[in-house]
Design a protein around this ligand. Structure first.
Ligand code: BYC
Length: 330
């Protein structure tokens, strides 16, 4: 509780004295764990933060289908193909729940898409890396979905009702995704020398980008203090990153794979692992649009949006015709 208070008093966060009556009432609800619903009064900053985070989260789910979708036709067995297909479809579902949750805040799907395509809205840095081998499907499920769960479980308890409720089902499905990824890695790691090498290579390429998914270090996180105060965030970026490392390193050991970090070392005092420095220049370049696959990913989303124009138009014409028929019958 005390830690929470410390985190919530960062730069730019209003004290009770600086709040007006509406803001104080709103903060009391947050502090008493009463969910905020779409029609409740909320500070504009709260609305803006949630529109930003939920829409970026939704975009991540949708763009996140692309690297794995790339392997559906090349999955090694029919069983792997059906599992991967189901996983990629789940991600589409997650995107849709999240777009709906964001819409409750007064932003349309078209606006969110426009923000994604113009580069104004971000999506997770991790999806700007290429999927080069089948083992990447294992590494994504194990590491990327594993990191996503670590970050998303606390979001089930966040203050905004529609976001918190969307996260419940998403987390259940992410658990399945994480296990299917670990299972792919397990089969490869216990397979032929070539398969084990493929699994190791995938771990080498995905480990550091997975750690970056949690966002900049706490010292550089611009939104954290306010998001703590509003109970949108409950753990800091660095706390979740540490939990992820502590949970994942023993899994790599079980697989017989090496985590690509020569500074990784168990630290008895903190009861967790010390790990090496993250390349933040790479992270900031990727989120600024300069990662290995940014152009390809946005190009694919732009094409999908253009290709779907006729369908969106047809839906509107159909709805107008139905409304006209209904009116004529009354
Ligand atoms: N990538 O002040 P900070 C999945 C941005 S998909 C890109 O710490 P905040 C899956 C951040 O937006 C799951 N940008 O921000 C799908 C901000 O920039 P803006 C994706 C990042 O919001 C398919 C700036 O850096 N999960 O599971 O307090 C297949 C400063 O950061 C990233 C979510 O979206 C990043 N990694 O904390 C497989 C979770 N990190 O907006 C799997 C929901 C930071 O001011 N989001 N930035 O321009 C969150 O929990 C929080 O938004 C974050 C960042 C922890 C990510």
């Amino acid at each position: 509780m005390y830690a929470q208070m410390v985190k919530a008093t960062g730069k730019g966060v209003k004290t009770r004295e600086q709040m007006d009556e509406n803001e104080r009432h709103f903060q009391d609800r947050i502090d008493n764990d009463i969910k905020i619903e779409a029609k409740d009064w909320m500070p504009e900053g709260y609305r803006k933060t949630l529109k930003r985070q939920i829409s970026q989260h939704a975009h991540s789910e949708i763009v996140g289908q692309l690297p794995e979708g790339n392997w559906i036709t090349r999955a090694p067995t029919l069983e792997r193909k059906t599992i991967l297909l189901a996983k990629v479809q789940d991600e589409a579902g997650h995107g849709l729940y999240l777009y709906c949750a964001a819409e409750t805040l007064g932003i349309s799907r078209d606006e969110m898409t426009e923000q994604l395509l113009s580069g104004k809205a971000k999506y997770s840095s991790i999806f700007n890396y290429p999927t080069l081998t089948w083992a990447d499907m294992g590494a994504i499920g194990w590491l990327v979905d594993g990191a996503a769960i670590m970050n998303q479980v606390p979001l089930q308890y966040c203050s905004y009702g529609p976001y918190a409720r969307a996260m419940v089902r998403i987390c259940k499905e992410e658990s399945f995704h994480q296990r299917q990824g670990f299972d792919i890695m397990n089969v490869l790691a216990k397979g032929s020398e070539a398969q084990k090498a493929m699994a190791q290579d995938a771990l080498n390429r995905w480990w550091w980008p997975a750690l970056m998914m949690f966002g900049p270090s706490d010292a550089d996180s611009v939104h954290s203090a306010q998001s703590f105060a509003w109970n949108i965030k409950q753990n800091s970026n660095d706390e979740l990153r540490q939990k992820f490392v502590d949970q994942t390193v023993p899994q790599a050991e079980f697989l017989g794979l090496n985590v690509p970090d020569s500074d990784l070392k168990w630290n008895d005092k903190k009861n967790g692992y010390d790990f090496g420095a993250i390349n933040w220049d790479e992270f900031f370049a990727v989120i600024a649009g300069d990662g290995p696959c940014n152009k390809e990913r946005l190009g694919a989303r732009q094409k999908a949006w253009n290709d779907g124009a006729w369908f969106r138009e047809a839906l509107i014409v159909n709805a107008e015709k139905r409304a006209a028929c209904k009116q004529a019958a009354e």
